[in-house]
Ligand binder design. Structure first.
Ligand code: ADP
Ligand code: ADP
Length: 217
């Protein structure tokens, strides 16, 4: 599903070049749910941005769904319909209601929004479907973002600190729903998280350490 070999990524900081990822390798099997942990600044977002094609490795080989996407357009097509990225603050369009956000994302992916009502129901946000993002609580906004991510019917779900903006009680309510929805759909997921409860629900936990991934006992 995902095969990364010896990925390297550095940033220029003034005159200095700082290596963030160094010979990082990763294999994700179809349907596998993997958590990635590590301290702030260790390169977790950098890794996600390589996996969704928003940035390119300096070196190494990255294959998704069996091949290396040829160019920016190929990556953009994957992001529209096969690779969903869920951000900490949710990436909802502020001028659209929840229902329209969902229909818009589904439409971009060439999917029907027929399942939308059921999705909102399952995530317990059907009652706020006609509200705009700034009229939602943090937990509702996060669940709306989840609904949008699932609406594109991706094969790979990437999540960057999905509990980051939630209080503990809300995180405990929303995260089981998230992992359950991922598993029900047979999606492959890579979830960056500091939340032990969320990590514990995944099949494997990896730690990003000195630019590479090591298994976490
Ligand atoms: P994490 O997600 O684990 O907090 P990041 O991947 O965001 O880590 O960042 C890893 C390191 O790379 C940090 O030191 C950060 O300051 C640096 N970095 C990230 N993005 C850039 C960028 N666009 N330009 C320069 N440095 C960056
Ligand atoms: P295009 O230019 O062809 O519209 P984009 O790269 O702008 O392609 O967007 C393609 C898809 O990727 C869209 O569905 C959009 O929602 C999603 N997307 C855009 N920016 C990001 C981002 N920073 N993180 C995750 N997904 C993104």
């Amino acid at each position: 599903m995902i095969e990364a070999r010896n990925l390297c990524k550095s940033y220029r900081n003034g005159r200095e070049t700082v290596a963030v990822l160094h010979n990082l390798s990763l294999e994700l099997e179809p349907g596998e749910t993997v958590a990635v942990t590590g301290p702030s600044g260790c390169g977790k977002s950098t890794l996600l941005n390589l996996l969704n094609g928003l940035s390119r490795p300096d070196a190494g080989v990255l294959e998704v769904f069996g091949s290396t996407p040829a160019d920016d357009d190929a990556w953009a097509a994957l992001r529209r319909s096969r690779i969903a990225t869920l951000f900490q603050d949710g990436n909802l369009i502020p001028t659209l209601t929840v229902a329209r956000n969902l229909a818009f994302r589904a439409g971009l992916a060439g999917r029907s929004a027929d399942g939308a009502a059921a999705l909102l129901e399952a995530l317990d946000i059907a009652a706020v479907a006609e509200r705009y993002p700034d009229q939602l609580s943090g937990g509702q906004r996060q669940r709306a973002a989840l609904a949008c991510a699932f609406a594109i019917e991706p094969r790979l779900m990437l999540a960057d600190e999905p509990t980051g903006s939630l209080d503990e009680a809300t995180a405990s309510r929303v995260m089981p729903l998230f992992v359950e929805a991922v598993r029900q759909r047979g999606l492959t997921a890579l979830i960056v998280t500091h939340n032990p409860e969320l990590a514990g629900r995944c099949d494997r936990v990896l730690r990003l350490h000195e630019g590479g991934l090591v298994p976490c006992p």
